[in-house]
Design a protein around this ligand. Structure first.
Ligand SMILES: NC(=O)c1ccc[n+]([C@@H]2O[C@H](COP(=O)([O-])OP(=O)(O)OC[C@H]3O[C@@H](n4cnc5c(N)ncnc54)[C@H](OP(=O)(O)O)[C@@H]3O)[C@@H](O)[C@H]2O)c1
Length: 272
């Protein structure tokens, strides 16, 4: 990101702090980051510990920043934007929203202007710099603005662009909710390890390191996940015995149905 851009955050909770941490780690000077956070204790703490600038009004963020990152809960978004209605943004300023399920058209209505916007669906591994985000830009956003939005999210992980806003609901269903699917699998594997007689400590380490190692191997390999799976599955062996149970139980179909249910729910929430 161009380090002379002033990036302002409306709301400085978990997701904002993850992104701010990533920006500072990747070379954005702290004084180029502003926050508006009504929890003044939190705002003061972030200002003194990170060196970011805490503003006392959200209008100060909208009017003085080049990029405005909306990081409030979806149910707060209407109030947060309507209270800044009519704010005069700087020339070429644009807005990035990380809020789940709030469409761009609604946010533009609440703010009372068709400002360029980029809608983002990040995920919680952003908290440790290993997130993945799906991005969609409104038609008003320029190439430079899209690049700047992308570099903000790259500070906390990987990014992909989608070319239709409704695909953000699909991203939500795959990677937004996705960490919970993997936690579910890890929990189940831990539980099975305990039933096999392993200690809790060993069950935890074996399941977590296996999840981490498998993801790292798949990310660093040019082979597809299916090929990597076949490589650990000798005919008649232990892995084959386990995978046969998955197949018989329709685990793959269950995952497809679960993702579809999450996408449907994301669409319903977006319509409210
Ligand atoms: N956390 C995630 O993993 C994740 C993943 C994907 C997307 N997101 C999106 O990220 C957004 C933020 O989530 P979060 O987990 O970071 O929430 P959070 O920790 O609750 O942070 C939101 C912050 O906004 C503050 N706030 C409340 N009203 C405000 C207002 N009118 N103006 C400015 N700030 C205000 C809150 O202060 P108070 O606490 O005092 O109310 C809080 O500090 C959400 O829209 C969510 O959908 C989060």
């Amino acid at each position: 990101m161009t380090t002379n851009m002033q990036t302002g955050f409306i709301g400085a909770g978990n997701m904002a702090q993850a992104i701010i941490g990533g920006l500072i780690r990747t070379g954005t000077p702290a004084e180029k980051i502003s926050i508006f956070e009504p929890n003044t204790e939190l705002a003061d703490k972030l200002a003194s510990s990170l060196g970011v600038r805490a503003e006392s009004t959200n209008t100060a963020i909208f009017e003085n920043c080049d990029v405005i990152v909306l990081a409030v809960k979806p149910q707060i978004m209407k109030v947060a934007l309507e209270s800044a209605k009519g704010a005069r943004l700087k020339k070429d300023a644009f807005i990035v929203s990380v809020a789940a399920g709030v469409p761009i058209s609604l946010m533009q209505d609440w703010l009372g202007n068709n400002h360029p916007m980029v809608r983002v669906m990040p995920n919680t591994p952003a908290l440790v710099g290993a997130g993945v985000s799906g991005l969609f830009a409104s038609k008003q956003a320029s190439v430079e603005q899209k690049q700047a939005a992308e570099s903000i999210l790259r500070a906390v992980g990987s990014v992909i662009w989608v070319d239709r806003e409704d695909l953000i609901d699909s991203v939500t269903a795959v990677s937004g909710s996705g960490p919970a699917y993997f936690f579910y699998f890890i929990e189940a594997l831990q539980h099975a390890a305990l039933q096999e007689g392993l200690s809790l400590e060993h069950a935890r380490l074996l399941s977590l390191e296996t999840a981490f190692g498998a993801a790292k191997l798949a990310l660093e390999s040019s082979a597809e996940a299916s090929t990597l799976r076949e490589r650990v599955t000798s005919p008649g062996g232990t892995t084959a015995a386990a995978l046969e149970v998955f197949e018989k139980q329709g685990v793959s179909d269950s995952i497809a149905r679960a993702v579809s249910a999450a996408a449907t729910r994301a669409r319903e929430l977006g319509k409210r």
